[in-house]
Design a protein around this ligand. Structure first.
Ligand code: ADP
Ligand code: MG
Length: 321
């Protein structure tokens, strides 16, 4: 089973940034409003994420680190309705199979915190210290799978990939406070703030009249956010953020729809910054395509493509749409 988990880990948590993503999704799913992220040695040495979410009772710790145990789905039917970020129940087990792993949690109504850690192939639970919420401490990532370790980039690159993940999540969750420590030093912080302030604080390319707000609704579809004006084009690939039902996606169909909307109004081939949130009923979109979950599949792809394109065009070039 450790082997199966290690194989799954290659899929789900192929690098430190994917570990960060899975742990942050869990913290958000647990309703956290304050999240502290510690990254040492590009995350290879250590990733430690602390949240003030609802926590995990002592009796459920073993289950939480067991493959395909998820508290988020009770039946296959529910898979259709998934709105929570995680639902596969393999992230913690996968991460634990390729690291020295400690999960500590202090839920409401329990006398003290308990931690569970992996030691020579078994799980050990003991009383521990923690403020209310959960801390996941992942050390020596991929120490048992050197082949995987070889694929990693420099500590610097891995750290900034982790930071990108935090940025994506911070943009979509402005009511949450985020603290990032790098090698023990405070690196960046995002206090809870209104959405537009959060967007401008992370993407100054959208501040100071360089963007237009967008909020278009049709039936049960809604697209809202901010689109950079054509002249504000900065062209860098890391300023485009698209979310489907709160989940960051990098999807061919969506990219194409956005690019098509910009095409006629754009000078040159550089694309401005944007942050866009598409919401639609969970039954209209399959987020289960790949464990890394940045691709999605729409039930009615053509309609979504056309609608997203038109919605953006109506803001960028009102006369044309
Ligand atoms: P999934 O998120 O797909 O359910 P995970 O392996 O990521 O699977 O997590 C397993 C379970 O552990 C979750 O369903 C949840 O019950 C619990 N869990 C994990 N992280 C946290 C956290 N930060 N706070 C509260 N519960 C958590
Ligand atoms: Mg999860």
């Amino acid at each position: 089973d450790v082997l199966i988990s290690q194989i799954a880990a290659g899929e789900v948590v192929d690098r430190p940034a994917s570990v960060v993503k899975e742990l942050l999704e869990n913290a958000l799913d647990a309703g956290a409003t304050e999240i502290t992220i510690r990254i040492d040695g590009g995350g290879i040495q250590r990733i430690c994420i602390q949240d003030n979410g609802r926590g995990i009772p002592r009796d459920e710790l073993t289950l939480a680190v067991t493959r395909h145990a998820t508290s988020k789905i009770q039946s296959l039917d529910e898979l259709e309705q998934v709105m929570s970020l995680g639902f596969r129940g393999e992230a913690l087990a996968s991460i634990a199979s390729v690291s020295q792993f400690t999960l500590t949690s202090f839920p409401d109504g329990q006398g003290c915190a308990y931690s569970i850690h992996n030691l020579s192939g078994g799980w050990h639970i003991e009383p521990s210290a923690n403020s209310p919420g959960t801390t996941v401490d992942v050390q020596s990532l991929y120490f048992s799978t050197p082949a995987r370790r070889k694929f990693l980039k420099t500590e610097q690159t891995e750290f900034f990939n982790c930071l990108d993940v935090v940025k994506r999540m911070a943009l979509a969750n402005p009511a949450v406070s985020w603290l990032v420590y790098r090698d023990g030093k405070l690196h960046s912080r995002h206090q809870a703030m209104p959405w537009s302030t959060r967007v401008f604080s992370i993407l100054d390319a959208l501040a100071d009249g360089q963007s237009k707000p967008i909020d278009v609704q049709a039936g049960d579809m809604r697209l809202h956010g901010a689109v950079g004006l054509p002249d504000s084009a900065r062209g860098k690939g890391d300023m485009q953020f698209f979310y489907v039902n709160g989940r960051f996606v990098r999807d061919k169909l969506i990219n194409h729809a956005v690019r098509s909307a910009y095409e006629d109004v754009l000078h040159g081939d550089k694309y401005p910054a944007f942050v866009l949130f598409l919401s639609l009923p969970a039954s209209e979109v399959d987020v289960n395509v790949h464990p890394a979950k940045t691709e999605v599949r729409f039930r009615n792809a053509r309609a979504v493509h056309q609608w997203v394109r038109q919605a953006i065009e109506s803001v960028l070039a009102p006369s044309r749409a």
